[in-house]
Design a protein around this ligand. Structure first.
Ligand SMILES: C[S@@+](CC[C@H](N)C(=O)[O-])C[C@H]1O[C@@H](n2cnc3c(N)ncnc32)[C@H](O)[C@@H]1O
Length: 242
């Protein structure tokens, strides 16, 4: 058998750098609580959805993702945590979510906004927000103004990547204001790469090497070698007054 991307990624705790604590910290920075309607764009296997449901006992979360097995896993985790009735999973493109206008108090998007880009996402999602609503997202950022050629090569698939200041400028360009944010700690990378690395090793021992495994090893090694040049940051944005 040739190991596929989804053999490597199935049932990992999370699909990108992040921490439950960082999700809770960002939620606290919104100042929002109570019976919120939340959309988790690119929810993957539901790591953030479950943290939000745990933190907000009256909230409802709708997870949007294009990969059905991730949605099934998110549903399973929400149910295991006792939140089945407050979690809905929808297989859909985050660029065209089948949701009505003004249906959400919060739009959450950890590690997935790069798929359609910050400015496009914020503009497209504006119609979904109720008055006072906010968007919380995390994204890869340069932590230096002059990334090395090696670091640029690592992120060649994300040419729009910029600094925290650059993302904040895009938030304003999209018609929002910056409410707050923070750089995720190094443990956020460990929380993703630790389980990914263990899975990579196990699959290689069982089935032999495969391109997808080599890619994962290279990605993890690049973080170790050049991680001081890039990070992951959380951003909180609210629509600017019209
Ligand atoms: C890097 S993962 C992040 C997943 C999750 N938020 C997490 O942190 O574990 C990106 C997710 O976006 C999903 N995705 C990719 N393209 C998408 C699209 N156009 N619309 C919705 N989800 C998408 C992928 O299936 C994947 O679950």
């Amino acid at each position: 058998m040739t190991v596929s991307f989804f053999d490597l990624h199935a049932d990992l705790p999370r699909e990108g750098p992040g921490l439950d604590n960082s999700t809770r910290r960002a939620l606290a920075m919104t100042g929002m609580s109570g019976a919120l309607d939340i959309i988790d764009m690119g929810c993957g296997p539901g790591a953030q959805s479950v943290v939000l449901l745990d933190a907000l006992p009256e909230a409802r979360v709708t997870g949007i993702d294009t990969h059905a097995p991730f949605l099934a896993e998110a549903r399973r985790r929400a149910a295991a945590a006792g939140h089945a009735a407050r979690f809905t999973a929808i297989e859909a493109d985050m660029a065209a979510p089948p949701l009505s206008d003004a249906c959400a108090d919060l739009i959450w998007c950890e590690g997935a906004i790069y798929i359609i880009g910050v400015v496009r996402a914020l503009r497209l999602w504006r119609r979904l927000l109720r008055p006072g609503g906010m968007v919380v997202f995390s994204d890869a950022v340069w932590t230096t103004r002059t990334p090395s050629a090696e670091a640029r090569e690592i992120w060649a698939d994300y040419p729009e990547m910029t600094t925290i200041g650059g993302v904040r400028a895009r938030i304003v360009e999209a018609g929002y204001r910056n409410v707050g944010g923070f750089l995720l700690p190094e443990e956020a990378w460990d929380a993703y790469y630790g389980p990914l690395s263990a899975r990579e090793r196990r699959l290689r021992e069982e089935f032999g090497d495969a391109p997808v495994l080599a890619e994962a090893r290279a990605e993890i090694a690049a973080r170790q070698a050049f991680g001081y040049e890039f990070g992951y940051a959380m951003f909180i944005a609210s629509p600017a007054a019209a």
